[in-house]
Design a binder for this molecule. Structure first.
Ligand code: C2E
Ligand code: MG
Ligand code: MG
Ligand code: MG
Length: 280
C-alpha cells in the first residue's frame, strides 16, 4: 500500500531514524565482545510477601556497563539483542548466573536466602528447540531445584502460541514456575489464561502507579487480583514506589509486592526481613 511505502521511505530518510538505527547496529556489534569481556552483570530486586515483608523471591535483571558510554538500560539493548540473536547466548548466561547466585546465597544464608529467583526470558529464547531441556541441564549443573526457578515471559512472547507455549508446558513439567510479566498491557491478557500454563501474574506498574486514585486503575487492579485468586495463581504487583501504594494494594488483597519502595535492583540485596545488617 502507498501510505505504508511512503511511511517507510520517510523513515529511511529521516536523520533521527538513521541515527537510531546506526546506534543499534553499533551496540549490536559491540555486544558479542561485551559478553566475553564481562561488561554484563546481573542485579536482583526483592519481591516481598506481606505482612512480613520477607524477601521471598528476587527478580534477576541484566545490566550493561559500557566502558565508554557507562550504563546502558536493558530497555535499550535487550530489543537489539532480540533482533540480532545474541539474546540466546546472553539470556543463557543470565539464567545460569541467576541460578548459581541463588545456590550461593542459600549456602551462605540458609533460610534467610530467598526461596526463588525469577528470570526474564525472551520469545526468541523460549521458541528455540530444546529450550526446556537446556534449562533442565542448567538446574542439574548448578544444583538449583526446579521449583526455585521462575521464568518470566510477556504476553506478546506467547500470544501466537506455537513452540514458545510448548516450551512453557515442558518447563512446567520440570517444576519450573511461569510468570506472565507486565500483565494487563498485552493483546489478550485474560484470553491467554485459557491456553498458556501460568502460575503467577505480574500486574504491570502502569496499574500500580495510579492505584491510590479512586479511578479505573484501582478497579482493574482489583479485578486482576480476583482473577488470579479465582484461578489459584499468585499475583505480584510491580513498580510499588510508595507506602500509600503498598497499603492500597494490600487492602485489595495483594500479598506479593515488588518496587523501589521495598528495594531497587542491586548486586547483593539485604535479605533479612527486618532490614538489619547481615553479619556474615
Ligand atoms: P521487567 O521484567 O518488567 O522488569 C521490571 C523493570 O521495572 C526493571 O527495569 C526494574 O528495574 C523496574 N522497576 C522495578 N521497580 C520499580 C519501581 O518501583 N519504579 C520504577 N520506575 N521502575 C521499577 P529494568 O531493569 O530497566 O528492565 C527493563 C525491562 O528490560 C524488563 O522489564 C525486562 O522486560 C527487560 N529485561 C531486563 N533484564 C532482562 C533479562 O535478563 N532478560 C530479558 N530477556 N529481558 C530483561
Ligand atoms: Mg520481569
Ligand atoms: Mg514487568
Ligand atoms: Mg516491564
Amino acid at each position: 500500500c502507498i501510505a505504508k511505502q511512503t511511511g517507510e521511505a520517510f523513515r529511511r530518510w529521516s536523520p533521527a531514524f538513521d541515527e537510531r538505527s546506526n546506534e543499534q547496529v553499533r551496540l549490536g556489534a559491540q555486544m558479542r565482545h561485551a559478553l566475553d569481556a564481562g561488561q554484563f552483570h546481573v542485579v536482583y530486586q526483592p519481591i516481598v510477601a506481606l505482612p512480613s515483608q520477607r524477601t521471598v523471591a528476587v527478580e534477576a535483571l541484566v545490566r550493561w556497563q559500557h566502558p565508554q558510554r557507562g550504563p546502558i538500560s536493558p530497555g535499550v539493548f535487550i530489543p537489539v539483542a532480540e533482533r540480532n540473536g545474541l539474546i540466546v547466548e546472553l539470556g543463557a548466561w543470565i539464567l545460569r548466573t541467576a541460578c548459581e547466585q541463588l545456590v550461593r546465597w542459600t549456602a551462605r544464608l540458609g533460610p534467610l536466602a530467598p526461596d526463588r529467583v525469577s528470570v526474564n526470558v525472551s520469545a526468541r529464547q523460549l521458541a528455540r528447540p530444546g529450550f526446556a531441556a537446556w534449562v533442565a541441564a542448567v538446574l542439574v549443573d548448578t544444583g538449583l531445584p526446579a521449583y526455585r526457578l521462575t521464568v518470566e515471559v510477556t504476553e506478546t512472547a506467547v500470544f501466537e502460541g506455537g513452540p514458545a507455549v510448548t516450551a512453557l508446558h515442558e518447563l512446567r513439567t520440570l517444576g519450573v514456575r511461569i510468570a506472565l510479566d507486565d500483565f494487563g498491557t498485552g493483546h489478550s491478557s485474560l484470553g491467554l489464561l485459557q491456553t498458556v500454563p501460568v502460575d503467577i501474574l505480574k500486574i504491570d506498574k502502569s496499574f500500580v502507579d495510579r492505584i491510590t486514585e479512586a479511578g479505573r486503575h484501582a478497579v482493574i487492579a482489583e479485578a486482576m487480583i480476583q482473577v488470579s485468586h479465582g484461578l489459584g495463581l499468585d499475583a505480584v504487583a510491580e513498580g510499588v514506589e510508595t507506602a500509600e501504594q503498598a497499603q492500597a494494594l494490600s487492602r485489595l488483597g495483594y500479598r506479593l509486592l515488588q518496587g523501589y519502595y521495598f528495594g531497587k535492583p542491586v548486586p547483593e540485596p539485604d535479605f533479612t526481613a527486618t532490614g538489619e545488617l547481615l553479619t556474615t
